[in-house]
Design a protein around this ligand. Sequence first.
Ligand code: ZN
Length: 245
Amino acid sequence: MVPTFRSKDGLFSEGGKEMFFHTSTPTEEMQQSRKLGELAEKMIHAVPTPFHHILADLSERGKLHRLYTQNIGELDTCFEYLKADLYEKACFQKVANPHIWTIQLHGGMRTTRCHIAGHIDQLNPQALINGRQETLLCAPCSIRSAEQARKRRKRRKRMGLGLGIKEANIVMYNKNPNDNKSERDTGFIQYDADKVPVDLVIVCGTGATLVGIKDLIKTMSTNRASLWINTEEPPKIPGFTFTHK
Ligand SMILES: [Zn+2]
């Protein structure tokens, strides 16, 4: 079972939140890598809920313009019509790309991202759990590094960019390792808010406690019909109230 994050007996109540903060010492990095690997292992075996199927169905019928998700388990993006494009780097020009339905605001746990050059690879939970450097070395970086070493030997120079380590492709609370992605998200948000005619903005399954999420809700929902679906009351967002609860 994949634990919920915010609920009473969820991951965060058991001190699990620390695994989503950037760490700095090798020991902390090892522990974090193991915990994330264990979580990824559970997530890989999880199956989409009926609500994911409803979203995918709406999208397939052309009724869903965009899904902004905070979920990192990728049970949404495994549907063809809800897929995300984590490989996309600079796509300001491509904000209207009809093949990108989902924006993963916090990244996803099915891929890794190399910490130097941002190379994307499939996430292998066991490699994260073992935390052995060799299995987490980024292959494109290794190839580039070997090539650089060969040229350096030829020119007798000494410099190199080093080897990338594959990390879970998620956004840490205290550090955004992927500036391109933030920039890209902003591009999508502006485009969707300003240019797209939308009948209804649905906010579901989030506590909307983060400032960034509140801003997103306000930006998307101002002057539009907005629906809050949750067992909890909606958050207080200055200058904004939902039209439907
Ligand atoms: Zn790399």
